[in-house]
Design a protein around this ligand. Structure first.
Ligand SMILES: Cc1ncc(COP(=O)(O)O)c(C=O)c1O
Length: 405
């Protein structure tokens, strides 16, 4: 998700605007900042680009999830349903507000299985958190209808899917709130940063205060601000916002290059009948950050991964099933509730429960899946070479297992 690939003079210019005033904080200093308000400007650009009423910038995607959960009133005793395939940040945020993460299976969309969500509902369920992994989306109609039926809050973790949409609405703007990450490896980057998007004035105002020690931001004198509730410091600096401002202007270019490169690679792999692709609930909305594909069995997939590694062509391809950071199979710290401070005993019991929970439906999907990152800087020739190399490896493994095509 390589916004950093196209880093240049535009980012330098925006950062220099801030350096020239010397005011690197987003709040206050109204006089010396000489009209430079990069964070405010980026929030406005986010609302316009993604079509939401409000945007609150924060210091990371993780902080965005934590802030959104708090603003949505999720806390002690509340269960949040989220997928077994995500980045650790999703459950970290749930734990950080004292709520209970309930991880459930993904389906062939690589996102929350609506059936698994239904089976996990309890009287304590308060929130469903789909994670739009690898540039594409969850089945939002199905999840929205579960939320409506059971009066639940929907929080979209769209950290990996900036610029993707579902039936004409941008991911991150469909639920009660949604988040992006602008860390260094996201579609657009601030170096570090994140945002909460919402159409609710009340949720926005809570995010605004929560991410800045509870400040009500009512006047120009920060010292005179009131603190209607307890907050924390998840502020984004003006320097980071400046980078994001340059990047958001390039988003359309990034997306169109991604879509072109994705289609070339997909066409090559699609020529192999045994290769299938991730189900995408709205194909037109895929941001094409990754091409995620399946092989017929776990055994063949592992052989392909091993061979790609030995040939030095695995870089940029992800076998999530074996990945320390993105899939439940490697999250022993979660399954054993290894924390630095004490958890409430009930929360600890709920967390440890993940060690014995059945994730065989997720395993059946994830063990056969490889996601190929789509780079912006590839030439057509490089993509074709890549596709050929991958096809040869796949062909060899299929032949060995007597799968012919
Ligand atoms: C799905 C998902 N959620 C949340 C995050 C957290 O974002 P950040 O790294 O900005 O804290 C990430 C980052 O990789 C992510 O992939």
């Amino acid at each position: 998700m390589p916004g950093y690939e196209f880093f240049g003079n535009e980012e330098r210019k925006e950062v220099n605007d801030v350096l020239e005033t010397g005011i690197m904080m987003r709040y206050g200093f109204d006089g010396p900042r000489k009209g430079i308000w990069k964070a405010n400007e980026l929030e406005q650009a986010i609302c316009k680009t993604f079509g939401c009423e409000h945007a609150q910038l924060v210091s990371s995607g993780t902080a965005a999830l934590t802030t959104a959960l708090s603003a949505l009133g999720i806390g002690y005793g509340d269960e949040v349903i989220l997928p077994s395939f995500t980045f650790v940040a999703s459950f970290e945020a749930v734990l950080s507000v004292g709520a209970i993460p309930v991880l459930v299976d993904v389906d062939d969309t690589l996102t929350l299985s609506p059936a698994a969500v239904r089976s996990a509902l309890t009287p304590a369920t308060r929130c469903i958190m789909p994670v739009h992994m690898c540039g594409s989306m969850a089945d939002m109609d199905a999840l929205l209808s579960i939320c409506k039926e059971h009066k639940l809050v929907l929080l979209e973790d769209a950290c990996q899917s900036i610029g993707a949409s579902y039936k004409g609405r941008m991911l991150g703007t469909i639920g009660d709130a949604g988040t992006f990450s602008f860390d260094f490896v996201k579609t657009i980057t601030c170096a570090e940063g994140g945002v909460v998007m919402t159409n609710s004035a009340q949720v926005y105002s809570s995010c605004d205060g929560y991410s800045d020690h509870g400040h009500d931001h009512a006047g120009v004198d920060r010292g005179a601000d009131l603190h209607p509730f307890i907050g924390y410091n998840f502020r984004l600096s003006e320097l980071h916002a400046a980078v994001g401002l340059a990047q958001i202007k390039k988003l359309e270019t990034f997306l169109s290059i991604q879509r072109k490169n994705h289609s070339i690679l997909k066409a090559r792999l699609a020529a192999i009948p045994e290769v299938s692709f991730r189900r995408i609930p709205d194909e037109a909305g895929d941001s094409c950050t990754f091409l995620s594909w399946f092989l017929p069995t776990e055994e063949i997939t592992k052989e392909v991964v091993t061979e790609m590694r030995s040939q030095g062509i695995m870089a940029g391809n992800f076998y999530w099933f074996d990945n320390n950071w993105h899939y439940i199979s490697k999250w022993d710290h979660l399954k054993n509730a290894v924390t630095l401070n004490k958890l409430h005993p009930d929360l600890r019991t709920a967390v440890v429960h993940h060690a014995t929970k059945d994730f065989s439906a997720s395993n059946a999907i994830m063990s056969r899946c490889i996601s190929s990152l789509i780079n912006l800087s590839w030439t057509e020739e490089q993509i074709n070479t890549k596709g050929e190399q991958m096809a040869l490896v796949i062909d060899k493994a299929l032949k060995k297992h007597a799968v012919t095509y």
